[in-house]
Ligand binder design. Sequence first.
Ligand code: NAP
Length: 247
Amino acid sequence: MTELASTAVVTGGTRGIGRAVALRLAQSGYQVYFTYVSKPELAEEVVAEIEKAGGTAKAFRLDSADSDAVSTFFADEIKGKVSLDVLVNNAGITRDGLIMRMKDDDFNAVIDINLRGAFYCLREAAKIMAKQRMGRIVNIASVVGLMGNAGQINYVSAKAGLIGMTKSAARELGGRGVTVNAVAPGFIETDMTAALSEEVRKGYIANIPLKRMGTSEEVADAVAWLASDQAGYVTGQTLSVNGGMYM
Ligand code: NAP
């Protein structure tokens, strides 16, 4: 019997943290399957970068919030075809606004992608990993899921939910050799934070003990550690990568 390729699935791998995670896990030796929704040219760029460094990667246009599409992806591309060693639920969006002005659509869209989407992928991965009797799931939460944040009730609800989902899944899947952890990044330099005004950025940085924003690579290193053999006895945890922003 031929051995199936050791594979990591990363949602939202074309930009920011997901891109850095895809590159980092490829460096660790995984074949990387990553998803995106809107920019195929960026997806090609990431595949090319991984291949140039000697790795293997494939990009899939897949909206995490589409439950049927997620099931089809895992059935057609993963089950029985590769060894699903790692799932990183990274895809996420923000639609910030104050509570009293927040529209249903903005609340729901953020929950759909950041929370429901993570669940759809986790559920499919769990079926496969439980059967394999091994696997690593890492959910990308956020510092604000731990501390709350004015103007982000939708996003904070999703990220706090993701931390709860991590703890529950860790309890349910531990007996099958599957670990489930979260990484809670602080204020990281990506497209998501580029939209903030200079004043808001300065305000955040003033409250970070390390006095700078973090990089996507610093978050990716934490994810790679949780996916590695060194983290074999770590599950149900939320690892903060935030420059000391919230302690
Ligand atoms: P980003 O630069 O905006 O990148 C988001 C990635 O997710 C893109 O590749 C995007 O692909 C993909 N994506 C968006 N919606 C998707 C969907 N429905 N299905 C599949 N992929 C989708 O974001 P980031 O700053 O790297 O954030 C990544 C994760 O870290 C998010 O979960 C975010 O909440 C979390 N986080 C970020 C920070 C920060 O300071 N940046 C802090 C804490 C937590 P397309 O371009 O194709 O849409």
